[in-house]
Design a protein around this ligand. Structure first.
Ligand code: CA
Length: 250
């Protein structure tokens, strides 16, 4: 079943991109909700900040805008709640409050299956680049401790490295440039619709892993090439995906 699902997904990918073959050589990997089970904390931290400023929001809405930079998220809330853009000062100050809230919450755990997934990629000789809209240094600084050897020195694209955040393809296009791979040699690993759209529009084979409350249908709408119900399930299927895709199209 898995083998057939993978074969069909690769076939659809080749049809949509017009690529001759899918030959993965690099994986571009999102952080929040993909490597860390951190999205509940982010949603709670955003909710605390926004309501603390006397504005309205739900925790759920932050799952849907996941992948945007903090500045963009703040701007969208200001537009909705106060009818104007956020100033640069507000973006900085409100993001600092949100970050402090996040750091006050219990430390998020590594996503079950994420370490195994990264090991499989490394053992297969795949290049790995972290591609995140986050500027949350508390998590970024933990990566090398929690996933030793998973990412080489400097192999990361963060909010500081891009001018346009997900869902724009720029973050994943920059990740490909860093890895030195073409789209049909690149796998994007994501958990959020905006990130999936970014990977899709960058032309990469885009894997969606539903690790939170967002339904599978949202991942399909965003253009996911293949969808797994958990990181454990994706790690189980990954050796097969890498093996199958090595074969040229017939
Ligand atoms: Ca994410």
């Amino acid at each position: 079943m898995t083998a057939e699902y993978i074969t069909q997904a690769i076939g659809r990918y080749l049809a949509r991109t017009g690529a001759e073959a899918f030959t993965p050589a690099a994986a571009l990997i999102d952080m929040d909700g993909t490597l860390y089970d951190s999205m509940r904390n982010h949603a709670r931290a955003w909710h605390m900040m926004v309501t603390g400023q006397g504005m309205h929001c739900t925790e759920e809405e932050f799952f849907l805008v996941e992948g945007m930079t903090g500045g963009e998220t703040i701007n969208n809330i200001m537009l909705r709640e106060r009818g104007r853009q956020a100033t640069e000062q507000e973006r900085r100050d409100l993001y600092a409050i949100k970050s402090a809230n996040f750091n006050s919450l219990p430390r998020p755990e590594a996503m079950p299956g994420a370490a195994r997934m990264l090991r499989i990629l490394a053992d297969a000789g795949m290049k790995r680049v972290l591609v995140t809209g986050s500027g949350q240094s508390s998590l970024l600084n933990r990566l090398d401790t929690d996933f030793p050897g998973a990412f080489g020195e400097g192999m990361r694209i963060t909010s500081a490295d891009v001018t346009r955040c997900k869902p724009h393809p720029e973050p994943y296009l920059r990740g490909m440039a860093m890895a030195g791979t073409a789209p049909a040699s690149t796998i994007v690993i994501e958990n959020a619709p905006l990130g999936v759209k970014s990977g899709h529009d960058a032309g990469a084979f885009t894997v969606a892993v539903t690790t939170g409350p967002i339904p599978r249908s949202e991942m399909e709408k965003a253009g996911a090439d293949i969808i797994f119900p958990s990181m454990e399930a994706f790690a189980d299927a990954l050796p097969l995906l890498l093996k199958q895709s090595a074969a040229p199209r017939r």
